[in-house]
Ligand binder design. Structure first.
Ligand code: NAD
Ligand code: TYD
Length: 341
């Protein structure tokens, strides 16, 4: 099988490529990535010499480029991870989210139709369901929950989801779609909560917790997300949506305190800063469909997955220090300059 993975130089796509290249030596994996600020080829170092792996640089929203790539390569499967993925950046600049997340997805869908791709898998997020109230722990997102977005990021992802499902209904495109909760694990860009807090705590810098820190996220180890996507692509039913999550809800403060304890750093590093605009309160996935129909079971829960993740950031300082010393630093100053005391 020839598989196109888009966004493979990012966090989840990179972990997915590691998993696939090693698990399926007979499959050919092509990684297409634009290498935006979030793309980092260092992440692919462990697999770059494997005979079943190749990297191509390009933009999923560049129609002539995408069409000629699909014509030449004749992919069997397309798995679309490529996206602008950070909510805070989407609040600053929604345009690029529309271009990459919406136009990029429809461009790939058109190419998939034109060149007879056998499966198009869209990697989406639980954020398309909006948020749940904090005082209703009995409520969870199912695949039937209406889309009800809050941020430009989630709106662009929901829009892409609607196009994916519309292409299936209108043109018969053989699609599947997965919506996962917050991921953590190796190679996550240090603008997202967990790697940001680890890297700053190690430098004894203040940890900016938005608002009260009581917002809840449902954390899944990236490895379990990768296993789920592979399973859905191979055994999932065309035209179906699958939620992915492992019932690991934590408040942001709980997450930050866990990191501080593991690193033996004081809680006085925590600094409450102005809340994110439109901040979603709680995400919580009901993964029953994936578990019962496809037999998926996560390997990690938060308590078993987080120690290895922290250890990875300790053992791979060079990977994230290179990022922090670059463009990311300017971004951080712009984002937090007026917020930290
Ligand atoms: P990421 O920001 O780490 O990586 C995104 C990758 O896409 C980068 O390598 C970037 O260079 C590439 N990219 C961006 N624009 C591109 C374009 N126009 N053409 C080609 N490549 C482009 O993101 P991530 O956290 O790995 O997320 C991957 C996917 O998973 C996204 O679709 C995201 O919405 C979804 N998702 C993420 C999470 C999470 O917790 N991180 C949870 C659920 C779903
Ligand atoms: P993030 O990792 O950006 O993921 P998402 O917004 O997609 O859930 O943020 C996770 C949670 O952590 C979210 O509620 C916002 C909060 N947060 C902070 O409190 N401080 C920070 O510096 C960041 C980046 C996030």
């Amino acid at each position: 099988m020839k598989i196109l993975v888009t966004g493979g130089a990012g966090f989840i796509g990179g972990n997915f490529i590691h998993y696939m290249v090693n698990k399926y030596p007979e499959d050919e994996i092509v990684n297409l990535d634009l290498l935006t600020y979030a793309g980092n080829l260092e992440t692919l170092k462990p697999v770059e010499d494997k005979p079943n792996y190749r990297f191509v640089r390009g933009d999923i929203a560049d129609r002539p480029f995408i069409f000629s790539l699909f014509e030449k390569e004749k992919f069997d499967v397309v798995i679309n991870f490529a996206a602008e993925s950070h909510v805070d950046r989407s609040i600053e600049n929604p345009d690029i989210f529309v271009k990459t997340n919406v136009l990029g997805t429809t461009t790939l869908l058109d190419a998939a139709n034109a060149f007879d791709v056998k499966r198009f898998h869209q990697v989406s997020t639980d954020e398309v369901y909006g948020d749940l109230p904090l005082d209703r722990p009995d409520l969870f997102f199912t695949e039937e929950t209406p889309l009800h977005t809050s941020s430009p990021y989630s709106s662009s992802k929901a829009s892409a989801d609607l196009f994916v499902m519309a292409y299936h209904r209108t043109y018969g495109t053989p699609v599947t779609l997965s919506r996962c909760s917050n991921n953590y694990g190796p190679y996550q860009f240090p603008e997202k909560l967990i790697p940001l807090m680890i890297s700053r705590a190690l430098a004894d810098e203040k940890l900016p917790v938005y608002g009260e820190g009581l917002n809840v996220r449902d954390w899944l180890h990236v490895y379990d997300h990768c296993v789920a996507i592979d399973l859905i692509v191979r055994e999932g039913k065309v035209g179906e949506v699958y939620n992915i999550g492992g019932h690991n809800e934590r408040t942001n403060l709980e997450v930050v305190r866990t990191i501080l304890r593991a690193l033996d750093k004081p809680e006085s590093l925590i600094e409450h800063v102005t809340d994110r605009k439109g901040h979603d309160r709680r995400y919580a996935i009901d993964p029953t469909k994936l578990e019962t129909e496809l037999g998926w079971k996560p390997k990690y829960n938060f308590d078993t997955g987080i120690p290895g993740t922290i250890e990875w950031y300790l053992n791979n300082r060079e990977w994230w220090e290179n990022i922090i010393s670059g463009e990311y630093r300017n971004y951080f100053d712009r984002m937090y300059g007026g917020r930290l005391k």
